[in-house]
Design a protein around this ligand. Sequence first.
Ligand code: RTP
Ligand code: MG
Length: 140
Amino acid sequence: MALERTFSIIKPDATNRNLTGAINAVFEKAGLRIVAQKRVRMTREQAETFYAVHKERPFFGELVEFMISAPVVVQVLEGENAVAKHREVMGATNPANAAEGTVRKLYALSVGENSVHGSDSLDNAKIEIAQFFSGNEIVG
Ligand code: RTP
Ligand code: MG
């Protein structure tokens, strides 16, 4: 087992509904430690860069508009197998397919407004963390 760090976003649909604490409770209960956290309003450029891998997808424009529509909470989570554990507790992208007890089953509104983001690999976690945090903002 390896101690990992992953990058997490609590998305606008969740911050709008005041769910930051409720979602953090799910993460902490799963053994993920919040080692960095800040509330930010993403710029359009930040959102486009962050989701550049989805640039050609039909939902790209909608996704960027959504991510800049309200504040988000960006986080670094640390724990054993943090990348996989975080994705497990987030649940499937589409809440209709998400398992009981997962964040998306509990809180997501739709496949687009699905409350949370989590890195999909350790390599992407490192890239995504560096887009939002400097080293001295992360306290393990
Ligand atoms: P995320 O990157 O946000 O953690 O979510 P994910 O890996 O589960 O999903 P991904 O395929 O990477 O898609 C990124 C985000 O785009 C939005 N989306 N909308 N309207 C649609 O069909 C659709 N499909 C994806 C979601 O907000 C998804 O989380
Ligand atoms: Mg993804």
